[in-house]
Design a protein around this ligand. Sequence first.
Ligand SMILES: [Mg+2]
Length: 243
Amino acid sequence: MINNNRKSYDAILVDLDGTLIDLDLNKFIPAYVDALAKRFTGRVDHVDFIRHLLQATSIMVKNRDPHKKNKVVFYEEFCSRIGYSFEEIEPVIDDFYRKDFPNLSCWGQELPFARSVVETAQKKNLPLILATNPLFPLAAVLHRLTWAGLNSDDFKLITTMDNMHYCKPNPDYYLEISQKIDCPPERCLMAGNDTLEDLIAAKVGMNTFLVEDFILHRAGIELVSNYRGSLEDLAAFIENIEL
Ligand SMILES: [Mg+2]
């Protein structure tokens, strides 16, 4: 625990995968990239496609250029690697998210207390931000929200590769959210299951709540949060926030 615990906030940021939905990214990502690679059969070798996709993702995560959105960084790298322009692959990718991505729903299970978190925040008039790592386009986030039994109207802002310039665990990701919603970091609570990617929000002055149901504890990372508990506890915590 750290000392600057507050009990009053103006915005709640909450992670998606492993927090509001039972979805293990370590199992989901391989199924997802495999399905996407199949869309490029005959154009890009399957194994090469996956390697380029993961390497371009890694470059997007490390990007520090404040003038380039994640999507731009990703596709500049990915397109040059596979030898196709964005205009050539965009229709294929869009069609994949429309038709194939929904078939991956077996990887995500709804959590009953996700709804409680959303409804409690709404009851208290506290804006909710879906602070999911912006590696994906909006379509991929909206599908996962549906699997979680939630929808986009529940959130004031949803972070995606289309609207953000940084990824977790870069603390600037949290600063960018704070600027977008016009709320100082000290007035935000970040809740999530990842001891690195979510708790690093403390670096910019946010309070943190570690959601432990599907805790992702990275080796060598000191576990420091203002609060911790189950998703049910998070709903109760929000209920008791002083306005
Ligand atoms: Mg997570």
